[in-house]
Design a protein around this ligand. Structure first.
Ligand code: C2E
Ligand code: MG
Ligand code: MG
Length: 487
């Protein structure tokens, strides 16, 4: 069987790669959006948690300042417990606490003096004041929002998370914030800035895995479910091109009357002069074509070519019939009648020199109304029918009965068997009996030796084909033979 890897396969592969590239491109565009959305969502969640953390610290600090203001001067005695406890619990970076009565400071703690407070080093940013007043005593804490987010800033690398008050400022240099979350209770907000490239880099980091998965899926599809389709497209593409370029041609195999040697007809057998693979025999392509929709175009072409060639042969002979091989599935398609009439003419006996040979590689449903109608229409114009390769494939007795065929062509395997078995009982004897019973003619296929010829003659078969007589010949050689015989 020929390998169908050629131009068409190449074109299919290129088309597949292009389609995949487009699909993958689209997928990547969507995935980039998705990855950006996901990242922003994660950052937003993180920033919201940071804001809650800061709010909680400020709420607690506000309560502590309220307690300190209430304690008044007492809060200064021996140091206030409240801010220290608070500082231990929440680790709020306190810059200092001052308790005053009116304008007069009662006591003050600097940052380092409050046990347990976070030390806010480096860029602690502007301070925020949390002040609570009771009577004329006020307690005021200075805190550094920028330092409150230390635990969160570490959680996401490469991006900056800043807690800021809402005072209007000059826009900071660098990228605009990608997320801003404002507090509902305090005049603070969390701003997240990140280079756009950070979002992109995150996406790129996942890319190798995605490419690998996509490539595996593409390969599985290519060698799995698409393999059959590819082969079919490849064959179909090539058959279409062959029809267009005229690469098909017919050879003719005569059917002879074995006693006189007269020619009764010729069987049209396709050949393909393939651009790349050279001369192809039907076994390499007919089974494919028969399973594809192109069988209609192919048989149409055979019918037209055979009609032209038969006209030339019958200028020399006068009465030859032409055998056209037809898969039974085509009898379920009325277009075959139109094609036959277009090729051989539309008059009443236009098909009387045509014998359709039903090659049963696939099972045919001869009882179906369409098949019956097609057969009736072809018969009306004089066409005859033969069951080809009888005894092998799907050809069976019910076909004989339902189709009311005119001839049985005994497959060459039985003819060879005949020679091997000598005078023992054999299948051909039975087929002959059966054919007589049904009133059907017999043609023996594949006669290669005098012994085989002798055997079929004794069995009573009169019509035969085979290499002993002729091999399939191109039209010119067939015409030359006919000219010889006409002399
Ligand atoms: P088939 O219709 O049974 O044709 C007879 C096949 O047997 C031909 O093979 C022929 O060359 C070969 N043959 C004839 N005498 C001998 C012999 O003495 N010895 C041996 N070994 N072989 C012999 P080919 O041309 O290769 O065709 C094979 C099959 O392809 C045909 O079998 C037919 O079923 C199919 N085919 C050929 N042309 C067409 C076509 O136009 N349409 C369709 N649907 N099928 C076709
Ligand atoms: Mg045949
Ligand atoms: Mg045959």
């Amino acid at each position: 069987m020929m390998k169908w890897g050629d131009d068409t396969s190449g074109r299919i592969a290129v088309a597949y790669v292009l389609v995949l590239a487009c699909l993958f491109g689209l997928y990547l565009a969507f995935d980039l959006q998705r990855s950006r959305r996901d990242s922003l969502q994660r950052i937003e969640t993180h920033a919201t948690a940071a804001l809650r953390w800061a709010e909680k610290g400020m709420d607690a600090m506000s309560v502590a300042m309220g307690q300190a203001a209430e304690a008044g001067a007492g809060a200064c005695k021996g140091g206030s417990v409240a801010p220290q406890v608070l500082a231990r619990l929440l680790n709020v970076p306190v810059g200092g606490i001052t308790i005053s009565s009116g304008d007069r400071p009662l006591c003050e703690w600097a940052a380092g003096e409050i046990a347990g407070t976070a030390v806010c080093g480096g860029d602690s940013g502007p301070a925020m004041l949390i002040t609570r007043t009771q009577g004329n005593v006020s307690a005021e804490a200075r805190i550094y929002p920028a330092c409150m987010l230390a635990p969160f800033s570490l959680a996401i690398e490469d991006i900056q998370l800043r807690l800021m008050d809402l005072k209007p400022r000059e826009p900071a240099a660098g990228p605009a914030p990608i997320v801003v979350i404002r507090s509902a209770h305090w005049p603070i907000k969390v701003e997240v800035t990140a280079q756009e490239s950070w979002l992109f880099r995150r996406w790129v980091a996942d890319l190798p895995l995605q490419v690998a998965l996509f490539a595996v899926a593409a390969l599985v599809l290519w060698f799995g479910p698409l393999a059959m389709l590819r082969r079919r497209l490849s064959v179909e593409g090539q058959v279409r091109a062959a029809l267009r370029r005229g690469e098909f041609f017919l050879t003719y195999l005569p059917t002879v009357e074995i006693n006189t040697g007269d020619w009764l007809g010729v069987e049209a057998l396709m050949r393909w002069r393939h651009g790349r693979h050279g001369l192809l025999q039907p076994a390499a392509f007919i089974p494919w074509i028969e399973r594809s929709p192109l069988i209609h175009e192919t048989t149409s072409w055979v019918l037209h070519q055979a009609a032209d060639d038969l006209a030339r042969m019958n200028e020399l002979h006068g009465e030859l019939y032409v055998g056209i091989n037809l898969p039974p599935t085509q009898l379920g398609d009325e277009r075959v009648v139109d094609a036959a009439l277009a090729a051989f003419g539309d008059d009443r006996l236009s098909l009387c020199r045509v014998m359709f040979e039903l090659t049963e590689r696939e099972a045919g449903d001869y009882a179906s109304p369409v098949v019956q109608r097609v057969v009736a229409r072809l018969r009306e114009r004089g066409a005859q029918f033969a069951l080809d390769d009888f005894g092998i494939g799907f050809s069976n007795l019910s076909s004989l009965h339902v189709l009311d065929v005119d001839f049985i062509k005994v497959d060459k395997t039985f003819i060879q068997e005949l020679e091997r078995r000598g005078s023992e009982p054999n299948v051909v004897d039975s087929i002959v009996l059966l054919a007589r019973e049904f009133g059907v003619g017999i043609i023996a296929e594949g006669i290669e030796t005098e012994r085989q010829l002798d055997r079929i003659r004794r069995i009573g078969i009169r019509m035969a084909q085979g290499f002993l007589f002729f091999r399939p010949m191109e039209l010119e050689a067939t015409l030359a033979q006919l000219r010889l015989r006409a002399q």
